[in-house]
Design a protein around this ligand. Structure first.
Ligand code: ATP
Length: 268
C-alpha cells in the first residue's frame, strides 16, 4: 500500500479532572512514512506520551480522546473494536517505554517470555519461538546461550535491549519509543539507539521516537515535530527544523542545548 503508514489527524485528547477538562493534546496532525524515523520533541508535560498512548489506544480514564483520527494504512484505530485492536497492538505497532526493562517478568526465563509473546500473538510453537528468540538476540548483540537466564542476570541496558528484541520479534511495522533509554547511562543509551537505527535500516520498520533530548533526536530522525503545551508548533525535515526553525519556541529549544565544541560534538 502506498501513502504514509500512520496519519494522525486533528487529534485532541483531554484529561477529565475534578477541575474540568485539561486539554493535553490540541488538534495535532502529522504523518509517519514507511521506514521513516519520526521524532516528537518538546518539554516535559507538552503531551508527547499522551499521543503515544492514544495511538496505541492504551490511554485510560481520565484520558479522553475528544476528536480526530489515527489512521494506520488508512484504517482508523480509534474506531476499532477491542478484538480488532488486539491484532494491531504489538503485532503491527510495537511499544518500548522508558521503564520497559522493568516490564520483563522477573520469575520467567527470557526464552519463556519470548515464547509467551510469540505464542499469544503469532501462534508460534516452542521450537519456532526459540529460533526467533535466538535470531533476535543475535540482532541486539546478546549471546543466545543467555536466553535461559532470568532478567536479573542482565544489566539494565541488556534488559532494555531484550524488551526491544521481544518487540521486534513480532515484526511490527511501527515502533513507538517513548524515552526508551532515559533510565540508562549516556553511553549505553547511545549504543542501544545506534543499534535500533541499524536494525531499522536493515528491517525497514517505522519509528515514532519521543524524547525531550532534541539534540539526540536530530541525530537519529528523518523528520521532527516540536510540541508546545499540547500543540504541534512545527514539523519538518530534520535539517529544516534544526537549521531554519520557523517557530520561536523551536529556536529557544535549540538555543537551550549546550553548545559543544565541534570536535566533541562529532565524537558524541
Ligand atoms: N492522568 C492524568 N490526569 C490529569 N492530567 C494528566 C494525566 N496524565 C497526564 N496529564 C497531563 O497532561 C499533560 C501531558 O502529559 P504527557 O505525559 O503526555 O506529557 P509529556 O510531554 O509526555 O511529558 P514527559 O516528557 O514528562 O513524559 C501534562 O500536563 C500532564 O500533567
Amino acid at each position: 500500500m502506498s501513502g504514509p503508514l500512520l496519519q494522525v489527524r486533528d487529534l485532541s485528547v483531554d484529561y477529565l479532572t475534578e477541575k474540568g477538562a485539561f486539554r493535553a493534546v490540541k488538534n495535532v496532525s502529522f504523518d509517519i512514512g514507511r521506514g521513516e524515523l519520526f521524532g516528537l520533541a518538546g518539554e516535559s508535560g507538552c503531551g508527547k506520551s499522551t499521543i503515544a498512548f492514544a495511538i496505541t489506544r492504551l490511554a485510560k480514564a481520565p484520558a479522553w480522546v475528544r476528536g480526530g483520527e489515527i489512521l494506520l494504512d488508512g484504517q482508523n484505530l480509534l474506531k476499532l473494536t477491542e478484538a480488532s485492536l488486539q491484532k494491531v497492538r504489538w503485532r503491527r505497532i510495537g511499544m518500548v517505554f522508558q521503564s520497559a526493562m522493568n516490564s520483563l517478568n522477573p520469575l520467567m526465563r527470557v526464552e519463556d517470555q519470548f515464547h509467551d509473546v510469540l505464542r499469544r500473538h503469532n501462534g508460534f510453537g516452542r521450537e519456532q519461538s526459540r529460533e526467533r528468540a535466538e535470531a533476535m538476540f543475535k540482532l541486539v548483540g546478546i549471546a543466545s546461550n543467555r536466553l535461559r537466564d532470568y532478567p536479573h542476570q542482565f544489566s539494565g541496558g541488556m534488559r532494555q535491549r531484550i524488551v526491544i528484541a521481544i518487540c521486534l520479534a513480532l515484526e511490527p511495522e511501527l515502533i513507538i519509543m517513548d524515552e526508551p533509554t532515559t533510565a540508562l547511562d549516556v553511553v549505553v543509551q547511545r549504543e542501544i539507539l545506534e543499534q535500533v537505527i541499524d536494525l531499522q535500516r536493515s528491517i525497514g520498520f517505522s519509528v515514532l521516537f519521543i524524547t525531550h533530548d532534541l539534540h539526540l533526536m536530530s541525530q537519529l530522525c528523518n523528520r521532527i515535530g516540536v510540541m508546545l503545551k499540547g500543540e504541534l508548533v512545527e514539523v519538518g525535515d530534520v535539517r529544516e527544523v534544526s537549521q531554519a526553525p520557523k517557530h520561536d519556541y523551536t529556536r529557544k529549544l535549540w538555543a537551550s542545548i549546550p553548545q559543544l565544541p565541534a570536535r566533541a560534538r562529532e565524537a558524541v
